[in-house]
Design a protein around this ligand. Structure first.
Ligand SMILES: [Zn+2]
Length: 258
């Protein structure tokens, strides 16, 4: 680019001082410089479209997101599920539909619900993700057994169940087999809250708290049948501080209560 800079720098001032020969040489030099520059300039011009094409943003349209079956609520629910929901409504259970559950590990539930109340008066804290069948079994158990047993023992109505585990994608403790929690088919009760505000933890209360001890044992015993698996204080170390209730299907249709 130097020739151009020299040629165009204040040409008028230079010409006045130059003789004719020098002027002629200067003009020739100027013309030569312009001629030499011309090809490179046009080359640059010629390259422009190519260089301009490169940074163009990609015009590919974004792929439309296909709603996967895992997040799309079922268009048609099996009649058994519909009827189960009708029974939940009759039992005054407060629930919402939850999206289908599916995990690489094999955890799944096709039509789970989120339950926040097991009856008009008994709250489930925090709301739990359960199969409709498990929600119904829990509501019936509270209505038929846990509620009346609590009222009988303490003279105060059951106001809430504090749950410590519902749907969780995990294997059973010490096993590779998936827990019933992995199918939203289990609910663990950590404590009972009474209408008068008192709280009864699920644990072996012992002789220091005989009423609590009797109530926990009575509920655990009554649960065998309404639920297919019942574990709690006295079963093993894992269940010393909560009830585990589930609806696991067994070949003989039996129960497993410890
Ligand atoms: Zn459990």
């Amino acid at each position: 680019m130097k020739p151009t800079t020299v040629a165009v720098a204040s040409p008028a001032a230079h010409f006045k001082k130059m003789n004719l020969a020098r002027k002629s040489r200067a003009i020739l030099f100027l013309l030569a410089s312009l001629t030499l520059l011309a090809p490179s300039y046009s080359a640059e011009v010629g390259e422009l479209p190519a260089t301009m094409e490169a940074p163009q943003p990609k015009q590919e349209p974004a792929e439309p997101k296909q709603p996967g079956p895992a997040v799309k609520p079922p268009a048609r629910m099996p009649s058994a599920e519909v009827q189960c929901r009708e029974r939940l409504t009759e039992l005054d259970v407060t629930f919402e539909e939850h999206e289908p559950l599916k995990d690489e590990m094999g955890c799944s539930a096709s039509y789970p619900v989120t339950v926040s109340r097991l009856s008009e008066t008994v709250e489930l804290r925090p709301p739990a993700v359960l199969t409709c069948a498990m929600a119904e079994a829990s509501a019936r158990f509270v209505h038929d057994h846990a509620g009346p047993l609590t009222r009988g023992a303490f003279g105060s109505d059951l106001a809430a169940i504090e749950q410590v585990s519902a749907y969780v994608c995990r294997p059973r403790n010490g096993s590779k087999k998936l827990s019933e929690h992995a199918f939203a088919n289990a609910l663990d009760w950590g404590s009972l809250v009474l209408e008068d505000g008192s709280r009864i933890e699920v644990q072996a209360h012992g002789s220091a708290a005989p009423r609590r001890s009797r109530l926990v044992k009575a509920i655990q015993k009554a649960a065998c049948g309404p639920f297919k698996t019942v574990l709690g204080p006295g079963s093993d170390a894992d269940h010393a501080d909560h009830f585990h209730f589930d609806l696991a299907r067994r070949r003989n249709g039996g129960t497993w209560c410890e």
